[in-house]
Design a protein around this ligand. Structure first.
Ligand code: GLU
Length: 284
């Protein structure tokens, strides 16, 4: 049993990432399970070992050290493909030849599906139609969810439920998609408790369908609030100092950052509704 933090190794971790990491670390401590790190380096991410090392160094500066060597997704492509083949064999997938534009147009048509949901265009193609369309575009692979509504009890957000469209599990460039990979990894790494930022809450319904189909899990989910800027928006570089390195230049020691994180989490993991989530850096 374990918990995990799964950053993309694309840059230094900022205060928001570090707080999410700390929430997952704290959760693992409280449950007395291992805490792991996984680098999400698929999706065309150009991952540099130095960036990953720097992320690990930031975590360590705040007292968070993974129990095992971090996992790199790019080293496990066969495992993701095996999972995809298992779903294909269970007839839970179909190839999709739609371009983004075709999906946009179908979604904006009268009686189209809700925004962001795949309209199912390719779900009923005949074998002949498939081979015709395959001549023009490589296929993505979709999971046949058929607009199932999947509910779960989130430890932070409470009972949650989202309709699931037929989502992509392998992109048309062959890269396995996040919603597939995350479940395969959590299963492989023996993850029992998933603590991550609440922008991923609605993806959980998709991931639960994959987990059930692959007989993985169950996973406990806790989606914690994101740290935001004074306007209430997701942090960007324009919001000023956010990484340990930038904050050091403003006089913040790693202990100061750790104190800010702890103080922002008033009431701890049991009371995320009381957390203060606004970040505005001031020199120390
Ligand atoms: N890589 C994702 C992120 O940084 C986290 C994915 C997950 O925890 O499932 O937002």
């Amino acid at each position: 049993m374990s918990g995990r933090f799964a950053p993309s190794p694309t840059g230094d971790l900022h205060i928001g990432n570090l707080r999410t990491a700390y929430a997952s670390w704290l959760d693992a401590q409280q449950r007395n399970i291992d805490w792991l790190v996984r680098f999400e380096d698929l999706d065309g991410v150009v991952a540099h070992r130095e960036t990953a090392d720097s992320q690990l160094a930031s975590l360590e500066a705040l007292g968070m050290v993974p129990a095992h060597e971090p996992l790199w997704q790019s080293e496990h492509l066969e495992r993701y493909e095996a999972a995809i083949q298992a779903l294909v064999a269970s007839e839970l997938t179909y190839p999709c030849y739609c371009s983004r534009r075709e999906i946009r147009e179908a979604v904006s048509a009268p009686n189209g599906p809700p925004a962001g949901m795949y309209p199912g265009t390719c779900s009923t193609l005949s074998t002949q139609q498939r081979s015709d369309r395959a001549e023009h575009r490589p296929a993505a692979l979709r999971f046949r969810a058929e607009a199932a509504e999947v509910g779960f009890d989130d430890h932070v957000c409470g009972p949650s439920s989202y309709p699931v469209d037929d989502f992509v599990i392998r992109r048309n460039d062959g890269v396995p998609a996040y919603n597939l990979v995350v479940v395969v990894d959590d299963g492989f790494q023996g993850v029992s408790s998933v603590v991550r930022a609440d922008d991923l809450l609605s993806s959980t319904s998709r991931q639960i369908l994959v987990a059930r189909a692959l007989d993985l899990g169950p996973f406990d989910y806790s989606h914690v609030p994101l740290v935001v800027n004074e306007a209430g928006d997701r942090l960007t570089k324009r919001d000023g100092a956010m990484t340990l390195h930038q904050l050091a230049q403003m006089g913040w020691t790693p202990d100061d950052v750790f104190d800010w994180i702890r103080e922002s989490m008033t009431g701890g993991l049991e009371a995320p509704g009381q957390w203060s989530n606004t970040w505005s850096p001031v020199p120390r």
